[in-house]
Design a protein around this ligand. Structure first.
Ligand code: NAD
Ligand code: TYD
Length: 339
């Protein structure tokens, strides 16, 4: 089986490649990644010498690059993780989100049509359902809910999902879409809540919590997400959307406090800063469909997953310390200075 995984120098894609090479001995994986600020070759070091693995640096929105790789490799399955993924950055500069997340998806699907790929899988997000109110804990995101969007990021991901469904209906492209809740685990870029808090707490720096800290996210350990995608590409039905999440809702403040407790750092580091524009209140997935149809259930509880994650950041300081030097500091000052 030959698989193309795009965006796998980033957080979830890299974890997915490790998972797949470990699980399927006879699979060959090509990674296509343009190595934006979020992509890091260091991350792929554990597999770089594996002869089942090939890395190509390239942009998913560039038709010539994409078509020439498809011609060389004759992929059976394509899984698209490549994206601009950070909501705050999308609020600052939406353009690149539209290009990569929408046009990149189009180019990849055009190549899948041209070369007769048997399955195109779009890695989507629960953010395309908008948000849920904080005072209705009985409500959850289901696959049949209408798509809406609060941020340029979620609008770009929603647009991509619509395009994927259109390619299925119009051209009969064999597609699946997964929509997952917030992931956490090793190799997450320290601009996202959990790694940002770990890295800053370790340096005894102020921990920026947006607004009141009462916004709720539904956290899933990254390996559970990878296993779900593996199931969907093999057993999921063409043309279907699968939500992925494990009923693990926490307020942002709860998450920050858990991290501080594990690190034995004081809560006085918490600093409330101005809220994110258009900040979604609550995300919560109903994972009933993937559970019933494919038998998927999350296996890592939050208490265990957060410990694994913190331990990983403690043991791999070099990985994130390299990242948070230089350019990242400018990013932090720009996004948080005077907030
Ligand atoms: P990430 O930002 O860590 O990684 C994105 C990767 O894509 C990077 O390696 C980057 O270099 C690459 N990339 C960006 N633009 C590219 C382009 N034009 N061509 C080729 N490669 C490009 O993101 P992530 O958190 O790993 O998310 C991966 C996917 O999962 C995204 O599609 C995201 O929308 C989705 N998702 C993420 C979460 C989450 O909690 N992180 C939850 C649900 C869904
Ligand atoms: P984030 O990790 O950016 O994921 P998403 O916005 O895709 O859910 O943020 C998770 C939550 O944490 C979100 O409600 C925003 C909040 N947040 C903070 O309070 N402070 C921060 O510094 C960051 C990055 C996020």
């Amino acid at each position: 089986m030959k698989i193309l995984v795009t965006g796998a120098a980033g957080f979830i894609g890299s974890n997915f490649v490790f998972y797949m090479l470990d699980k399927h001995e006879d699979y060959k994986i090509t990674v296509l990644d343009s190595l934006t600020y979020a992509g890091n070759m260091e991350t792929l070091k554990p597999v770089i010498t594996d002869n089942r693995f090939r890395f190509v640096r390239g942009d998913v929105a560039k038709r010539d690059t994409v078509f020439s790789i498809f011609k060389e490799e004759e992929f059976d399955i394509v899984i698209n993780f490549a994206a601009e993924s950070h909501v705050d950055r999308s609020i600052e500069d939406p353009g690149v989100f539209l290009r990569t997340n929408i046009l990149g998806t189009q180019v990849l699907m055009d190549a899948c049509r041209e070369f007769g790929v048997k399955r195109y899988h779009q890695v989507g997000t629960d953010e395309v359902y908008g948000d849920l109110p904080l005072d209705r804990p009985d409500l959850f995101f289901t696959e049949d809910m209408s798509i809406t969007a609060s941020s340029p990021y979620s609008a770009s991901k929603a647009s991509a999902d619509l395009l994927v469904m259109a390619y299925h209906r119009t051209y009969g492209l064999p597609v699946t879409i997964s929509r997952c809740s917030n992931n956490y685990g090793p190799y997450q870029f320290p601009e996202k809540l959990i790694p940002l808090i770990i890295a800053r707490a370790l340096e005894d720096k102020e921990l920026p919590v947006y607004g009141t800290g009462e916004n709720v996210r539904d956290w899933l350990y990254v390996e559970d997400h990878c296993r779900a995608i593996d199931m969907i590409i093999h057993e999921g039905k063409e043309g279907e959307v699968y939500n992925i999440g494990g009923h693990n809702e926490k307020t942002n403040l709860e998450v920050v406090k858990v991290i501080l407790k594990h690190l034995n750092k004081p809560e006085s580091l918490i600093t409330f800063v101005g809220d994110r524009k258009g900040h979604d209140l609550r995300y919560a997935i109903d994972p009933e469909k993937i559970h019933k149809e494919l038998g998927w259930l999350p296996t890592t509880k939050f208490d265990d997953g957060i410990k694994l994650t913190i331990d990983w950041y403690l043991e791999n300081k070099k990985w994130w310390e390299n990242i948070i030097s230089g350019e990242y500091q400018q990013y932090y000052d720009h996004m948080y200075g005077g907030r």
